[in-house]
Ligand binder design. Structure first.
Ligand SMILES: O=c1ccn([C@H]2C[C@H](O)[C@@H](COP(=O)(O)OP(=O)(O)OP(=O)(O)O)O2)c(=O)[nH]1
Ligand SMILES: [Mg+2]
Length: 151
């Protein structure tokens, strides 16, 4: 990302078949990703498959891409991303792939070009550790996992 922080270098295999991923509406967080497959792919119940997208990206340092499920696919067909949200590191130069899993009790079929997931670009921080002997005290303390709201 040289000058404009909202520009990301992208290389698409199979460009003629698929347009660039795009925001569907003005306020969309994610861009849908399409299955870059030559033939339909079927997933049986609980089967997972690594589905290629044909996208290779150069994400600027300080950003990441997250691969997230599409709610429509999840609600209608039980198809979701197994590792959601998938993490695309800024220094990754390989093909973006989607790990789809079928959580329905029927076989589900993906057609070439189907929108199988969505990608959100986010800022991300790297940190340095500061090892200490004790942590600061808070009201919550070590309470968690349903700790609040009890009488
Ligand atoms: O849904 C995903 C998740 C990851 N990746 C790619 C980009 C990411 O930068 C790389 C590594 O992902 P991750 O760190 O989640 O996997 P890992 O099992 O820790 O592999 P590695 O040891 O290569 O980091 O794989 C995808 O294409 N799709
Ligand atoms: Mg990793």
């Amino acid at each position: 990302m040289a000058n404009n922080k909202n520009q990301i270098r992208i290389n698409i295999v199979n460009q003629s078949a698929f347009p660039l991923p795009a925001y569907a509406t003005e306020g969309a967080s994610g861009m849908d990703l399409r299955a870059n497959i030559e033939a339909p792919v079927s997933l049986g119940t609980l089967e997972r498959q690594l589905i290629p997208t044909g996208l290779f990206m150069e994400i600027p340092l300080g950003y990441e891409a997250q691969i997230r499920p599409r709610s429509g696919l999840a609600a209608k067909q039980g198809l979701t991303c197994l590792n959601t949200p998938g993490t695309i590191d800024a220094d990754y130069r390989g093909e973006i792939k989607v790990i789809l899993v079928n959580l329905s009790n029927e076989t589900q079929t993906i057609q070439p070009g189907d929108r199988i997931a969505q990608m959100v670009i986010q800022q991300v921080e790297q940190i340095q550790w500061q090892p200490v002997e004790a942590l600061s005290e808070t009201l919550r303390g070590a309470g968690g996992f349903g700790h609040t709201g009890k009488n």
